[in-house]
Design a protein around this ligand. Structure first.
Ligand code: FES
Length: 96
């Protein structure tokens, strides 16, 4: 996924915004990434990826395609693990 791909589909926060937030604001804990546009405070799907961005190492996001990322989030939502807020990016319509 490139830097302009959304990481938080609930609040439409891109990887670039998150990477810049970590560089500029130097959060002390990963949960502070929620201050970046509310990232991670919706369905919760993106939290493991926010933690990877916080750690500033290699992330799974480098190898995941946006389609695979969206598909995995849809599986997460459909399995009842989280509820997206109103205005979140809708789930893909393709069968999962
Ligand atoms: S995708 Fe980030 S909280 Fe739902």
């Amino acid at each position: 996924m490139d830097l302009d791909a959304k990481v938080c589909y609930c609040f439409h926060v891109t990887r670039r915004k998150l990477v810049n937030f970590v560089r500029q604001r130097k959060p002390k804990v990963a949960s502070q990434l929620s201050e970046c546009g509310g990232a991670g405070t919706g369905c919760g799907w993106c939290i493991p990826f926010l933690k990877q961005i916080f750690a500033q190492g290699d992330t799974e996001l480098e190898t995941l395609t946006p389609e695979e990322y969206a598909k995995r989030r849809a599986e997460y939502i459909k399995s009842g693990k989280g509820t997206p807020p109103p205005g979140a990016t809708p789930l893909p319509t393709d069968p999962v």
